[in-house]
Ligand binder design. Sequence first.
Ligand code: C5J
Length: 221
Amino acid sequence: MTVLIDAEPAPLRLDPATTALVIIDMQRDFLEPGGFGESLGNDVSRLARAVLPCRAVLDAARDAGLLVIHTREGHAPDLSDAPPAKLERGEPSARIGAPGPMGRILIRGEPGHDIVPALAPRPGEPVIDKPGKGAFYATDLGAILEARGVQALLVCGVTTEVCVHTTVREANDRGYRCVVIADACASYFPEFHEAGLAMVKAQGGIFGWVSTSAAAVAALR
Ligand code: C5J
């Protein structure tokens, strides 16, 4: 059975059996004080608004039997998967790998790398650890989606114009229909959030569709 999701630039018909929810990088390092986001000088409180809408879509997706995938941006403790160009940015005391209040910044296995408790993955839900901004780069995401016959993605998470956008662009080029859930995404820069969403749906949906958590939940119930 297919469902119709209200979206821009136009409503989209989806088959829940071939649709996955992808929640991008809802990690303590980005959402809580003392992590990577704050080390870059950002006001991390701006991302909190995405948690409840994300949770609403997550609950509806789980109830509807969608494949749910979580991603985390981070690096190996020896930093072997982090390019120098990424490592050398920022104040030396607050760079990737530096010690912080939630452990080493953006390092796998450290408390800051965890997904926030409200959105904790359930056993069986794939968690994609990615060294880059896009969730397809240097990960198994493409193979997982292909193996499950996925054709469309509902995309939530942070930040809108960085990891959400990069992932949607990668997915769009791979042929996936992407629906970005506007209020379940957030940015440290409200104007970048708005511009990022506008870019997705412009030109007839050049990268995909934009919808809301309420519309996604209504479609999946
Ligand atoms: C950033 C992300 N903003 N998850 N990462 O560095 O968007």
